[in-house]
Design a binder for this molecule. Structure first.
Ligand code: ADP
Ligand code: FDM
Ligand code: MG
Length: 216
């Protein structure tokens, strides 16, 4: 491969339902890639620390109300405000691991079954954001997820919402490129091995696949 200084970083997204193991796996992947000598950043969406993120946090905790379209656009704006930083990191050789991204964005909003908030409508503000080199989708059955603890107190943590979210994730990832579907019902170590192998393949292809692309 090319020397490290000239090689760009990879943009790696981890998606999935609540309790699929996203955050645990992001941490493990960060450790794995760091040991390999990569410079790695781990970020998550929503980023609840920014002014927009604070509005989102209050909405998710049920402390405030927002129109469905309005909160959708705030989630997207929360990615746009971080996007330039991601592009700079990738260009300077840092690999960025992202816990939830535009795919959670469209799926959770469309799951509300609001008649004027289709998947198609929801995707539009995502167009132009940095496009992941790989998206790891951690799939888990409701039964396996339930073994990992009950629902939390946040807005979308209920059976009806999670069922629709599961179906919509299926719908979007079936026809998507650069996605690795991972059985997240296995042990943490088994899941992390599968992730490592998918990510290693992705990074090996980076030398030939050119610059970071944009969502379209
Ligand atoms: P997410 O970020 O997708 O909501 P977490 O990584 O926070 O998921 O994991 C949710 C819970 O499930 C945590 O208690 C974690 O320790 C546990 N967990 C994660 N992955 C596994 C696994 N493969 N097998 C069993 N338990 C797991
Ligand atoms: N979520 C997350 C959205 O509805 N839209 C988005 O764009 C993103 C990134 O916010 F219920 C939802 C998904 C989940 C909640 O939970 C965030 P975590 O536990 O912080 O991942
Ligand atoms: Mg998490």
């Amino acid at each position: 491969g090319l020397p490290a200084q000239t090689r760009r970083g990879a943009l790696i997204v981890v998606e999935g339902l609540d309790r699929a193991g996203k955050s645990s796996q992001c941490e493990m992947l960060r450790g794995f890639l760091s040991e390999q000598g990569h410079v790695v950043k781990y970020i998550r969406f929503p980023d609840r620390t920014t002014p927009i993120g604070k509005l989102i946090d209050s909405y998710l905790r049920g402390s405030s109300h927002q129109d469905d379209h309005s909160i959708h656009l705030l989630f997207s704006a929360n990615r746009w405000e971080i996007a330039k930083g991601i592009e700079e990191d990738i260009a300077s050789g840092t690999t960025v691991i992202v816990d939830r991204y535009s795919y959670s964005g469209v799926v959770y909003s469309a799951a509300k079954a609001n008649p004027t908030l289709s998947l198609d409508w929801a995707w539009q503000p995502e167009i132009g954001l940095p496009r992941p080199d790989i998206c790891l989708f951690l799939g888990i059955s409701p039964e396996e997820a339930a073994k990992r603890g009950g629902f939390g107190a946040e807005r979308y943590e209920n059976e009806a919402m999670q069922t629709r979210v599961r179906q919509l994730f299926q719908t979007i990832f079936e026809k998507m490129q650069d996605v690795a579907i991972i059985d997240a019902g296995k042990s943490m170590d088994e899941v992390s091995k599968e992730i490592q192998s998918a990510v290693t393949g992705c990074i090996a292809r980076l030398d030939t696949c050119g610059a970071l692309r944009k969502l379209e």
